[in-house]
Design a protein around this ligand. Structure first.
Ligand code: FAD
Length: 283
């Protein structure tokens, strides 16, 4: 089912993100995770796409597998990097042949030293426009409550995001964030720029201090001092509890303020997502 249709029927969506395992021995972990999380009846699940690497075929493979084997509603991620029109056409045909109607259209993170001059689609909005022309898909795009790291300003960031919506984007899924204030300010900016599509919050709990700098380096997400203080000096088990407790509060506040959807970055594990879902009142 198209995600844009689900938004018309439901107050709020629940979704999970998985990545295609690189090694065969890790596939069972993902199968187990899907087995556990599917009982929460997700509206869709998304499968990430390796921007420059060899996992691209795996993304298609897992997208099809998740639909066929589990009957879940998949959304395939697709990036501009290395994508030609011909290649996108082939993906579109495969998805249509398999009755898959959702794509998250992204630029992808540029690998170090990547030569951008050969890109047929330089920005996600161009890929969105091309997919829209093809017809038949509900198209999601990425949004950044704290701004994309390459954006010159928060307003410019939303201006560019609006280009993705104007090109045919139906909904936004955000980068992970930990401070709801940043998310609410982001919604205000979208409103100011006339962007009215549903915005789904990307959720990933911090489960240990080591993750903190990784998240900050990776996507510029700031970790609130309150959370940092609570995590500091904790052993593995206690840090996990602190991270889950924080994420539960974060999710509940988003829900209480009418968030259109929660999208969990599962990292192919079920524990943290399940522990959060057990504790929040989703509806
Ligand atoms: P764009 O929207 O094209 O923006 C890229 C940069 O260019 C931004 O700084 C933007 O402000 C700027 N920009 C946009 N339009 C213009 C313009 N017209 N002129 C000048 N500047 C402009 N990456 C993967 O490789 N695989 C995945 O599966 C994946 N999944 C993701 C899922 C989610 C929910 C999110 C939030 C991100 C995901 N990413 C993934 C990461 C994403 O690819 C990176 O953040 C990437 O750097 C930007 O992608 P984008 O689609 O937001 O790009």
């Amino acid at each position: 089912m198209k995600i844009s249709e689900i938004f018309k029927q439901k107050r709020r969506t629940l979704s999970f993100e998985f990545f295609p395992p690189k090694k065969v021995e890790n596939e069972q972990t993902l199968f187990n995770t899907i087995d556990v999380l599917k009982k929460y009846d997700p509206d869709f699940v998304s499968i990430t796409y390796g921007a420059g690497g060899s996992s691209q075929d795996k993304t298609v493979e897992w997208t099809l597998k998740i639909k066929k084997q589990y009957g879940l509603n998949p959304m395939m991620h697709l990036t501009c990097i290395t994508a030609t029109r011909e290649f996108v056409d082939r993906i579109v045909d495969t998805l249509k042949e398999n009755s898959i109607y959702n794509i998250l259209a992204l630029r992808g993170d540029l690998p170090e030293g990547f030569d951008k001059s050969g890109m047929e689609f330089s920005y996600a909005y161009q890929l969105v426009g091309y997919l829209k022309e093809k017809g038949g898909f509900s198209i999601g795009v990425a949004g950044y409550p704290e701004g994309h790291p390459e954006s010159p300003s928060l307003d410019k960031d939303v201006e560019y995001l609006k280009m993705k919506i104007d090109a045919g984007g139906d909904f936004i899924i955000t980068q992970l964030f930990f401070d709801n204030r940043k998310f609410f300010d982001f919604l205000d900016r979208l409103n100011k720029f006339g962007v009215t599509v549903p915005v789904v919050a990307g959720i990933m709990p911090v489960l240990n201090l080591k993750q903190v700098s990784r998240f900050t380096d990776m996507c510029g997400a700031t970790i609130p001092k309150e959370l940092l203080n609570k995590l500091s000096g904790k052993d593995k088990n206690d840090a996990y509890k602190v991270g889950i407790e924080y994420a539960v509060k974060q999710c509940q506040e988003l829900i209480d303020n009418g968030v259109k959807g929660l999208h969990f970055y599962t990292l192919n594990k079920f524990n943290a997502t399940e522990d959060i879902l057990k504790a929040v009142k989703l509806f």
